[in-house]
Design a protein around this ligand. Structure first.
Ligand code: 5GP
Ligand code: MG
Ligand code: MG
Length: 202
């Protein structure tokens, strides 16, 4: 969608090519994802937010989830954890995945239903590594919800349990997804322009 159709922070006016997913559409899809997750849940859920990119998605998903009931008509007790995973520099995966996890919090995963909340799955390497790591702490189950799934030939074929939107192989920003820490303050998911890439390159 043309950028002119949306409210964009003026400091980014030259930095975007187009809006891929508007904030309104994201909100509607997040509500639906919450319904799907609730229906599949039978126990208290430990929702694990992958920082920083998934933070807004996580907050909106939990806002929806706490109002919903599972298939047996029961509300779902939720607890929250936050994990940092970083693999990108500029718009390229560094190939190195940095995770920051506290042992104490990780031990609390034992026997629980885990829901990992991620912003975007690209090659799938981060998620495979993270799921592998978290399984060592013996949760009863692990499910992954990602707002975005990139269709790319660099994929390792990992597919999350729940996906908001499948998107083309483009670098996207907004709704808390960043380019070198910029664009998190944009409500829509958008494609960065050449001007934007140059302006915020490190
Ligand atoms: P993967 O390991 O699947 O290649 O990459 C996963 C992580 O890379 C995502 O969680 C996200 O932090 C970052 N990433 C991948 N593609 C994009 C993108 O198009 N835009 C932004 N902002 N981050 C991305
Ligand atoms: Mg991420
Ligand atoms: Mg990032």
């Amino acid at each position: 969608h043309p950028v002119e159709h949306f409210v964009i922070p003026p400091h980014y006016s030259k930095d975007l090519d187009r809006v891929l997913v508007s904030h309104g559409l994201i909100r509607d899809r997040v509500e639906k994802l919450a319904h799907l997750i609730a229906k599949d849940s039978s126990k208290p859920l430990v929702a694990c937010c992958v920082l920083k990119g998934a933070h807004v998605f996580f907050a909106q998903l939990m806002e929806n989830l706490k109002k919903l009931k599972n298939a047996e008509g029961k509300s779902i007790p939720l607890s929250f954890e936050f994990i940092k995973a970083k693999s990108y520099e500029n718009d390229k995966s560094s190939g190195q995945i940095k995770l920051s996890l506290s042992e104490e919090d990780l031990k609390s995963f034992k026997g629980k239903d885990l829901l990992i909340v991620e912003d975007i799955v690209d090659t799938g390497r981060t998620m495979v590594a993270l799921v592998e790591r978290l399984k060592q702490y013996e949760p009863a189950s692990v499910r992954v919800v990602s707002l975005l799934l990139k269709k790319t030939d660099r994929s390792n074929r990992y597919v999350p349990d729940y996906v908001g939107f499948a998107i083309p192989d483009l670098f996207v920003v907004g709704y808390c997804l960043d380019y070198n820490e910029y664009f998190r303050d944009l409500d829509h998911i958008a494609v960065i322009s050449e001007h934007g890439k140059k302006a915020y390159a490190v």
